[in-house]
Design a protein around this ligand. Structure first.
Ligand code: RUB
Length: 318
């Protein structure tokens, strides 16, 4: 008999990802991997088959929380593909080891890409940011560590205002911050030397999927002649796009955009709330990863090297 019970921590992590208490592609990946480790430690399986089935069930529950950040399925794949052994104890250990290795790699990758990104920033530069990306912040923080003076223009990023998190973290890093509303971005591009964003997924053609508003910002930056880069560790590369799949763009609740009372006052209107958009590769100057920086169009080579041409999902029932 297979045992599909989930450790409470898996349900809690899934809920926290869905409600965006845990958010941002890298943080989601680490949270999901750690939930798999808890599942491995806490479930009481009476056979290796039951253990494997319960790990697959946990991965499916985590997978279903948010659709756009590919770091989530990439994290689950990383761990489940390393699950091995003949006994429950051996399987358990293989999962907890894989999670430890995965999380250490995430941290290392972010540190490495931070140094690569920092090399594009010069002393005295002003950087415009969108949303909150730990990979993008790693570049600015590395530049500051190199002794460069960096200032930031931070877009608030409606509807959830993740720009506030960016503003706080940059201020804590000693970076002078100017917070602006999203619609002021084009006006303030005159004062920016770079635009720096993160990514939830990167497609094989070099398209960057990131917080809604990134593509408009990129077009404006190009028009103003301000270089724009994406900071994204390779866990953000979307392997299924190698075989022609498109990336699902998450749609979130209307009440993130407008509260119920105001909406009722306005009357019968439609409200749309897509969480992400796609920036075509021609509007992006560079993708900065832990393996160096790439023109978007050549990211496919790295993607093939790291992910191959795809394989069966490890959380599917055999
Ligand atoms: C977050 C977002 C971030 C990327 C990269 O969207 O678009 O730019 O996830 O973040 P949300 P990181 O707030 O909807 O999750 O560099 O931390 O992985």
């Amino acid at each position: 008999m297979t045992d599909h019970r989930l450790a409470p921590d898996v349900e809690e992590t899934a809920e926290a990802i869905a409600s965006m208490e845990i958010r941002g592609a890298a943080t989601i990946a680490a949270g999901a991997a750690e939930a798999l480790a808890t599942q491995a430690r806490e479930i009481d399986a009476d056979s290796p088959e039951a253990f494997r089935a319960s790990m697959r069930a946990a991965a499916r529950t985590l997978r279903e929380t948010r659709p756009t950040a590919v770091s989530l399925p990439n994290a689950l794949r990383y761990v489940l593909r390393r699950m091995g052994g003949r006994s429950v104890d051996a399987l358990r250990e293989s999962v907890t080891d894989a999670v430890e290795e995965f999380v250490a790699q995430l941290d290392r990758a972010q540190e490495d890409l931070g140094r690569v990104g920092a090399n594009r920033l010069a002393d005295g530069d002003t950087v415009m940011t969108h949303c909150h990306s730990t990979d993008a912040l790693a570049c600015i923080e590395a530049a500051v560590d190199q002794g460069k003076h960096i200032e930031a223009i931070v877009k608030e990023t409606r509807p959830r205002n993740q720009g506030h998190i960016t503003a706080e973290q940059l201020r804590e890093a000693g970076v002078p911050v100017t917070l602006i509303v999203d619609s002021a971005a084009r006006r303030y591009l005159n004062e920016a030397d770079h635009v720096l964003v993160g990514a939830d997924s990167i497609a094989a053609d070099g398209g960057v999927i990131n917080k809604i508003g990134t593509s408009g910002l990129a077009v404006n930056a190009r028009e103003r002649g301000v270089p724009i880069m994406t900071a994204a560790q390779t866990i953000k590369l979307h392997p299924e796009t190698l075989t022609g799949h498109t990336v699902e763009i998450e749609t979130r609740a209307e009440d993130e955009v407008i509260d119920r009372e105001t909406r009722e006052e306005i009357g019968d209107i439609a409200v749309e709330n897509p969480a992400f958009d796609v920036t075509p590769p021609r509007y992006m100057d560079a993708i900065v990863t832990e393996h160096g920086q790439f023109p978007p169009e050549s990211i496919v080579t790295l993607m093939r090297e790291l992910f191959g041409e795809g394989a069966a999902e490890p959380w599917a029932e055999p």
